[in-house]
Design a protein around this ligand. Sequence first.
Ligand code: FES
Ligand SMILES: [Fe+2]
Length: 353
Amino acid sequence: MNPNYWYPLEWSDAVKPGDVVETRFWGQSIALYRGTDGRARAVENRCAHRQIKLTMGHVRECELVCLYHGWSYDEGGRLVDMKHDHFGKKLPVLSIRAYPVRERYGLIWGYMGEPAAAERVPLVEIEHGDGEDSWAAIRFDYTWKAHHYMVIDNLCNLTHLYVHGRWVPYDQTTLTHHSLDGDRLELNWHHTLRRDPGLYGVYKQVFGSPGSRETSETHMVYDYPYQRALSNDRIRSCNFMLPQAPDRTRVFSVQFWKAPQLPVLGRPVPRALMSKLWAPAVRPVTKEIFRQDGATVEGEQDAIMGEHFDRPIPELNPSVRLFERLTIERWQAHLDAPAHAGDAGLCTRVKRL
Ligand code: FES
Ligand SMILES: [Fe+2]
């Protein structure tokens, strides 16, 4: 994927002060660590001495120390100390790559392009994602052995709901709108709810559209490289892909649920209570749905990158071509933009999900 964006590297709470963890972007290993001052930092995961991974080492205050001979690096990737005899020589001027880092929405984001450009590329904005009017959030992540294009196709192309059988509440699903404007793709899906005995009432309450409780609307956006699906203005599911390698993609998924009004008190269910109530109910179902998606997408990767590489793909859904086009265009833009080319190839527009 085009590196000139902020990509999620890890959940904030997975990297405590003093921790260092490994993550990857398109094959590059990254050491992500949190100093004892609480700030997260990311540097190339190699010691400039013998190239071993810095994630084998440890954090000392705000520096990362290699476990072998104790060379230490600051957040700019500069060598700042050596824990052995200097043999009468000065500290060598050496550095490794450092990545700009930010934190928001419970995620640590890294800027993978030219570091100097990071300031000009805004972080994604999620409506009701944080602050006073935020919705209750449930977080998941999954890693599939598949190319990111297959993952985005799976997230956005709901013709695949067949694979989920009765795990999703929809009977018929139709694409009612699709459009591409620059690097923002929008789709509308219209669903009728399945009349499962005993569950239909629940489906109508949770997934029914305000206008007609028997149907449901999903407004989907792929504002490259971020995806979200908004269901009836009540459930906002944001999916952030981390392309770890050409055949491996990790997805950080945050579902935001708007609290329903409490009829008795005339105000919404408190956010903390929503998270407590919904997470245990939603998590097992979502986990199973993602498992079904993952197994299928990995099967697609195996087939297409293996024996059936050359076979044509008959495709009926007209939006699929737009996803392909956007994926290829953004990658091509990265290849065409020379390094240090100012704002050429940079997206300085705020992406809103
Ligand atoms: S290999 Fe890292 S200090 Fe020697
Ligand atoms: Fe799915």
